[in-house]
Design a protein around this ligand. Structure first.
Ligand SMILES: CC(C)(COP(=O)(O)OP(=O)(O)OC[C@H]1O[C@@H](n2cnc3c(N)ncnc32)[C@H](O)[C@@H]1OP(=O)(O)O)[C@@H](O)C(=O)NCCC(=O)NCCS
Length: 177
């Protein structure tokens, strides 16, 4: 019998994905804050509050807005087959002609394989298709992710120490014509 090969599917998040997205958020917070996953997630939630991708309702709303041609929260995941495990996601929100890339995370065991890059490109394509008026994508990168964003054309325009005591680089990338 032939064994099934691994492949990765990039798709819009479904409501039932929220638990896996919370789990990845805990991984991300622990990388940024250097504490254990649970503590780091609690710290993140205390400072910033829940994100739309952390609840069923938040994800449902993103789908409903998208269907009404009013996409606002872009929650795009990469799912590994055949086990159907979500190994990364990106979240961005559109405000008029700017999109804010709020979060991108790839499971540690799947990093450096080009999946982060897939998500950055999928996000840009989705925004260009649904909100062609968007002219730039903005993000806040920490020292460990700055280089990743620079590789995809983001430039540092400012830096500040955040409410969590971490240096955050404000980065921007122009998109569209
Ligand atoms: C930042 C992050 C999303 C990048 O995801 P990733 O899937 O590892 O990214 P990619 O594989 O697309 O690219 C990362 C690097 O791997 C390299 N790479 C890509 N494909 C590769 C391959 N097949 N073999 C070896 N290296 C590869 C890229 O060239 C890139 O190199 P760089 O580090 O010199 O820029 C991921 O490391 C992460 O989740 N970090 C923790 C959370 C975080 O910091 N998020 C950002 C919040 S601001």
């Amino acid at each position: 019998m032939r064994s099934p090969k691994n492949f990765y599917l990039v798709r819009w998040a479904k409501p039932e994905d929220y638990k896996q997205l919370l789990d990845l958020s805990a991984t991300e917070a622990s990388i940024i804050y250097g504490t254990d996953r649970q503590m780091a997630l609690e710290e993140y939630l205390r400072i910033y509050g829940p994100e739309p991708y952390m609840t069923r309702e938040g994800i449902k709303k993103s789908i409903s807005d998208y269907r009404k041609h009013r996409a606002k929260d872009y929650i795009i995941v990469v799912e590994k087959y055949p086990e159907r495990r979500i190994v990364g996601f990106v979240h961005a929100r559109v405000y008029r002609n700017t999109a804010y890339l709020n979060d991108i995370v790839i499971d540690l065991s799947e990093s450096k394989r080009g999946l982060g890059s897939l998500l950055v490109h999928a996000l840009e394509d989705a925004i260009a298709e649904t909100h062609p008026e968007v002219r730039k994508i903005v993000t806040d990168a920490h020292p460990g992710s700055r280089k990743f964003f620079e590789r995809y054309g983001y430039e540092v325009v400012d830096e500040e120490v955040g409410r969590d005591g971490i240096i955050w680089y404000r980065m921007e990338k122009k998109i569209g014509d």
